[in-house]
Design a binder for this molecule. Structure first.
Ligand SMILES: [Zn+2]
Length: 422
């Protein structure tokens, strides 16, 4: 009996430790963000920068090959590929992910077919169409084109946008922004700028969250803030810095709403002095770094970097907050558990364990502090508070009763509800 309990406890610990990992892949100037869940993976944008000195599609393929070797359980499957907008630095790698062994189950774009990266976007649109047209239903790619008019004040989600269904902690994926079919009151130049029609994507994994604003510029960011005024949908732990750290891709008002713990920047190495690179654009901008340094409280070991003050113009800069950029850090992996705890890890770390849900294993009326600590959202202090409360007031009669324990509220209860019994 004791052996069985030990096995079950180890399964539970395995589950409670299940994690989400955000991989910002170094694809040069551009973005490709692989998000790894215990049961699936999704990809937001495909990079990147290609010039005489660098090939982002090779970099993307090498990273994905390495990733799927470690996560062989995922069978090279991307549950969804999202393209924020049809610019080259986001769509260039589409042919990589449309080529076997990779399998795409769903695709979400802003639906537009104009822009420097339209070839990749159109290729994805046609692949989704062709998969529906042929007689084999097993290769169907679900598809959604998002217009902002379709997006309500709670964002939009469905089985294509959020195709990930993990047991244990199941992530929630929402789209908050897409194409504006009519001009929301911007200048003509802003309205014609594909950046302003980028998808905005929010991912929640238990109490951990991430926000991707694509390449939205100031006019669209102001509209986004207005749309979600009075909600907490923009409040996120990790901010994938808009428009590669361009000065027009992040505003103080936006950061005030996100209150990020960490920021990521997809911009690539500054050593390549040719067109369409971070060097050519001056990424990331010093003003944006100043705002991030001020807004983020999480520290990192101080590193010397270059901050852009204009195209091809940089000054020396010191980053001491949790701002990670592909230009300084190469590919970056951030890991989150379901309780809002994030850390930066080695990109080649072993795979996230596959969860084995053991519902109702821990009896909150009899469990020891050590057993309670295995629950998601329960650390040392809360485990001790539960035991003290139980000693003083007797047994809990429902899971909701745990709300009376100091330090435990409905959000924490939701994290461990599936794992406990009375
Ligand atoms: Zn871009």
């Amino acid at each position: 009996m004791k052996t069985l309990l030990a096995v079950l406890m180890s399964l539970l610990i395995y589950t409670a430790n299940a994690q989400m990992r955000v991989h910002l892949i170094n694809v040069g100037q551009g973005c490709a963000t692989l998000i790894e869940f215990p049961c699936a993976a999704i990809l937001i944008d495909t990079g990147g920068e290609t010039d005489a000195q660098y090939n982002s599609s090779e970099a993307l393929k090498a990273y994905l090959d390495d990733f799927f070797t470690r996560r062989s359980d995922l069978n090279h499957t991307l549950k969804c590929v999202y393209l924020t907008h049809p610019h080259k630095d986001h769509t260039l790698g589409v042919p990589v992910v449309l080529t076997p062994p990779y399998v795409i189950k769903n695709a979400v774009t802003d639906g537009l077919e104009e822009g420097s990266g339209k070839a990749g976007q159109i290729k994805l649109h046609r692949a989704a169409q062709d998969s529906e047209d042929n007689s084999d239903p097993s290769d169907d790619i679900g598809f959604e084109a998002i217009t902002t008019a379709d997006v309500g004040v709670n964002g939009i989600t469905n089985s294509v946008i959020d195709a990930v269904n993990c047991t244990g902690t199941d992530p929630t994926i929402k789209i908050l922004w897409g194409t504006s079919a009519t001009n929301p009151g911007w200048t003509d130049i802003d309205f014609k700028n594909a950046n302003n029609h980028s998808l905005v994507i929010r991912i929640d994994y238990g109490a951990s969250s991430m926000l991707v604003t694509g390449d939205l510029e100031e006019a669209a960011l102001a509209s986004l803030l207005k749309k979600y005024q009075g909600t907490n949908l923009l409040d996120a732990d990790v901010y994938l810095t808009g428009h590669h750290g361009s000065k027009n891709g992040t505003t103080q008002e936006l950061l005030n709403r996100i209150t990020p713990k960490m920021a990521l920047i997809g911009m690539g190495d500054l050593s390549r002095h040719v067109l369409w690179t971070a060097w050519a654009y001056g990424h990331p901008n010093k003003g944006v770094l100043d705002m991030l340094q001020k807004s983020i409280t999480t520290p990192r070991q101080t590193i010397p970097v270059k901050a852009g003050t204009g195209a091809k113009t940089f000054v020396d800069y010191s980053v001491s907050k949790a701002i990670y950029a592909t230009g300084w850090d190469d590919s970056i992996v951030l890991e989150a558990d379901a309780t809002g705890h994030w850390s930066k890890i080695d990109p080649h770390a072993e795979p996230t364990p596959t969860p084995n849900i053991v519902p109702g294993l821990v009896n909150v009326n009899t469990a020891s502090e050590t057993e309670l600590e295995t629950l998601p959202g329960i650390g040392n202090t809360k485990a001790s508070a539960i035991v003290k409360y139980r000693q003083r007031h007797g047994n809990f009669s429902s899971i909701e009763d745990l709300d009376r324990v100091p330090g435990i509220g409905p959000a924490t209860i939701d994290l461990f509800r599936a794992y406990v019994k009375i």
